[in-house]
Design a protein around this ligand. Structure first.
Ligand SMILES: NC(=O)c1ccc[n+]([C@@H]2O[C@H](COP(=O)([O-])OP(=O)(O)OC[C@H]3O[C@@H](n4cnc5c(N)ncnc54)[C@H](O)[C@@H]3O)[C@@H](O)[C@H]2O)c1
Length: 345
């Protein structure tokens, strides 16, 4: 299939491009590199031995999108978004414009190009503060911050769009906590500035870029008092996108799926697993709870297991080992390594 991947230079997008190219698909990436590096795409090609087409552009720009759709597209995988919860509270309009505006522009371009299959990056954040865990797809939806609201609104817009065009198929993938890296260590998570998520923070402490980890709250009603999350290896997640594209080809309509392992780990358990994988101590300090954080958030992945025929296969040790392999081989991420050419439109 000919696939268009928005945000394909980013963390999850680049790993998904590897899975798609390895499955024999032709891939075009559109990315404005606002939170990523073109080096990631060069490395995707190095890993797979296949080339992809890169359009450096913004999905809110119809000309850039027209460029990306040139040559025909069978399905779109839509990762491009801003994703930092804290920043979304400071700059909600930038998030509404980029995430919601970008998704509307993308659906318009799809309609114009006659493309009717979409796989969308949603998030467990659409469950807000869930009443019970593990969470099922039919649990009540609720946003607790502007980033989460954009995901919720985008899901609803896509649903309405699908309902208006019977031939359209959309798969909404609600990721829990993606971590880890490709086993080669060539691509991985490279956040700009201070990491928002736990795993890259821990990895940067281990490699000596940060002094210590701050753990927000050790008084939650969990076995060791720290928050429990459902971590998921990014290569398992990448594989789920491949399955979702196939599923969309045979199932018109709009459906949502949780992607997680169904097993939760506490912050302290993850820190311990990372210390084992890296052989490095992770000094930490306990601070007060962060507003909006929940005690425990885990997925009920049965629907994805049954309908997408997808199961997460990597455990927490593989997740930590691969995250460390990437971080130790690329202590400063992509940014300081100038030996790769960048791409241009
Ligand atoms: N990483 C997570 O923990 C997580 C969890 C749940 C959902 N998600 C969602 O998954 C998707 C991918 O996340 P990620 O972790 O790979 O983030 P990322 O920031 O690494 O990747 C997003 C990519 O989109 C690009 N982009 C952003 N706005 C764009 C625009 N207007 N035009 C073109 N390109 C644009 C960025 O440059 C970046 O390469 C996002 O939609 C995110 O909200 C991520």
């Amino acid at each position: 299939m000919k696939l268009l991947v928005t945000g394909g230079a980013g963390y999850i997008g680049s790993h998904t491009c590897v899975a798609l190219l390895e499955a024999g698909h032709d891939v075009t990436v559109i990315d404005n590199l606002c939170n990523s590096s073109a080096i990631a795409l060069q490395r995707v090609q190095e890993i797979t031995g296949r080339s992809l087409r890169f359009v450096e552009g913004d999905i809110r720009n119809p000309e850039h999108l027209a460029d990306a759709f040139e040559g025909g597209v069978d399905a779109v995988i839509h990762f491009a978004a801003l994703k930092a919860v804290g920043k979304s509270c400071e700059q909600p309009l930038a998030y509404f414009d980029n995430n919601i505006g970008g998704t509307i522009a993308l659906m318009q371009a799809m309609e114009q190009a006659g493309v009717s299959r979409l796989v969308f990056s949603s998030s467990a954040t659409v469950y807000g503060q869930p009443e019970k865990v593990p969470v099922r797809e039919d649990a009540p939806l609720n946003a607790t911050n502007p980033y989460g609201r954009t995901k919720l609104v985008m899901e609803q817009l896509i649903q309405d769009w699908c309902a208006s065009r019977p031939e359209t198929a959309a798969v909404l993938l609600r990721y829990f906590n993606p971590v880890g890296a490709h086993p080669s260590g060539l691509i991985g998570e490279d956040p700009r500035g201070e990491p928002d998520n736990l795993m890259p923070y821990v990895a940067q402490v281990a490699v000596g870029r940060r002094e210590r980890l701050r753990i927000y709250g050790d008084d939650y009603p969990t076995p060791d008092g720290t928050g429990v999350r459902d971590y998921l290896h990014v290569m398992d997640l990448a594989r789920a996108h491949r399955k979702a594209v196939d599923y969309a080809a045979a199932h018109p309509g709009c459906e949502a799926f949780n992607l997680g392992t169904g097993r939760g780990y506490s912050v302290l358990e993850l820190v311990q697993a990372f210390e084992q994988a890296s052989g490095k101590p992770i000094p930490y300090e306990i601070s007060t709870r962060r507003a909006g954080d929940v005690a425990e958030l885990t997925a009920e992945p049965a629907l994805a297991n049954a309908k997408l025929r997808w199961v997460a296969t990597h455990d927490i040790h593989a997740m930590c080992a691969d995250a460390w392999n990437w971080q130790s081989k690329n202590p400063n991420g992509y940014s300081r390594d100038m030996s790769f050419n960048t791409y241009s439109r």
